[in-house]
Design a protein around this ligand. Structure first.
Ligand code: MLT
Length: 399
């Protein structure tokens, strides 16, 4: 498995006379982070087995904040481009506790053989990083979003749930040809950096609008799952002119109940004291249909590992955002005229199918589809069927 991040503590011998992490030490920490991720992830054999070694050709570093002895820094990395003999990588260092940006670096690597001659990037490396190379970083509103932007045609914007990432839309992004598929990691989740301050649902929405502006996309079909559905409702409420269709998967229009808000507080406390893995262990079993747990244990384990790799600030901000979100029920009748597809997992424990059916009934003209054998993570658990349902809906929209 490829690792996306590691954490290190800053030691005083890495700091200058004023007690700040020294600029040269940043470079060695970034390097240590890269090797640590190779050793603990795919393994050093990745390169040595093919007799190919990557060497740094160019480094561009930006220092954004100070780090002091004892600070715990988180290093994230993303392969952002793959050529014949070269590849580019972006790394970022943030304060692990707060998500405050400390530095970013962009590196150009060239693969060489033992004689120092440039040679093609090994196939194993290409395969392992295929998923991440599809993403490129886009800076909006002070954060760096990891974004996949593939295909041509009218655009569909995929919005994932909590505490997940754009990977839940893998099959749909790979297969909905004829459409431009935009799939970002929301701030603080997946491979996107967390912002500062308390979490607000509107912040995610504003990031997405800024992203569409950057990509010069005037209108999209917004497709949101669960928390992504809450964001899609907010897009429909505040940016209706940017939508030409809506897909609501495994979500709900109701706000949190007082009981639900208490649950969010408990989860915030758990994330703060026991970290992302504890959240992943609690959430994991609720996300899948029993059938999926039986049929695809490796999928369940990989989602749990990905959730456990989420930043704590990203988790806390998402919980705050969901806790304080608006009631979208008054919006439902107003969605008349906006083509809407509602998809539920027939065995979803978090967003039961009956609630989804009732929500669809309150949206004039909407189409409702329940997918048998799927739990909460419909697009992953029943990937092909979900893609087919979405393709049929998109096919029926006037372009
Ligand atoms: C999600 O999957 O996004 C969350 O479970 C939604 C929620 O907790 O309300």
């Amino acid at each position: 498995m490829a690792l996306d991040y590691v954490e290190f503590t800053v030691y005083s011998d890495e700091c200058d006379a004023f007690g700040h992490l020294n600029q040269a030490s940043f470079l060695s920490l970034f390097e240590r982070a890269r090797w640590e991720m190779v050793f603990r992830g795919v393994g050093k054999d990745l390169f040595s087995a093919s007799g190919v070694w990557p060497v740094v050709r160019k480094t561009t570093i930006e220092y954004l904040g100070q780090a002091l002895p004892g600070d715990r820094l988180r290093f994230d990395q993303l392969v952002t481009g793959l050529g014949n003999t070269s590849f580019t990588m972006q790394q970022s260092a943030t304060q692990a506790a707060t998500g405050q940006p400390i530095a970013t670096v962009e590196l150009l690597f060239v693969c060489v053989n033992s004689a120092g001659k440039p040679v093609p990037v090994p196939d194993t490396f290409r395969q392992i990083y295929a998923a991440t190379t599809q993403a490129h970083p886009v800076s909006v509103n002070g954060v760096r979003l990891a974004v996949e932007d593939v295909g041509n045609g009218p655009a569909v914007l995929f919005v994932h749930g909590y505490p997940l990432g754009r990977y839940i839309w893998r099959h749909q992004v790979d297969h909905l040809s004829g459409w431009r598929r935009i799939s970002p990691d929301l701030r603080g989740l997946g491979q996107s950096s967390p912002g500062r301050g308390p979490g607000r649902l509107e912040t995610y929405t504003d990031d997405l609008i800024a992203l569409l502006d950057r990509l010069e996309i005037p209108q999209v079909v917004a497709c949101g799952l669960s928390m992504g559905g809450y964001v899609a409702f907010d897009l429909a409420r505040r940016y209706r002119n940017r939508l030409n269709g809506l897909i609501l998967a495994a979500t709900r229009a109701e706000p949190d109940t007082p009981e639900g808000k208490k649950g969010r507080e408990a989860a915030i406390a758990l994330a703060g004291c026991a970290g992302a893995r504890a959240i992943a262990e609690t959430m994991g079993p609720k996300l899948f249909a029993a059938e999926s747990i039986e049929r695809a244990p490796e999928l369940v384990a990989s989602v749990r590992d990905r959730m456990a790799a989420t930043t704590v600030p990203g988790i806390v901000q998402a919980l705050e955002a969901m806790r304080d979100r608006s009631d979208s029920r008054p919006l439902l009748p107003d969605l008349a005229g906006l083509p809407t597809l509602v998809i539920s997992g027939a065995a979803d424990l978090l967003m039961p199918a009956e609630g989804m059916r009732a929500m669809a009934a309150a949206i004039p003209g909407s189409i409702y589809h329940s997918i048998e054998g799927a739990g909460h993570l419909v697009p992953l658990e029943r990937a092909e069927e979900t893609t087919a349902v979405i393709a049929a809906f998109l096919g029926g929209l006037s372009r």
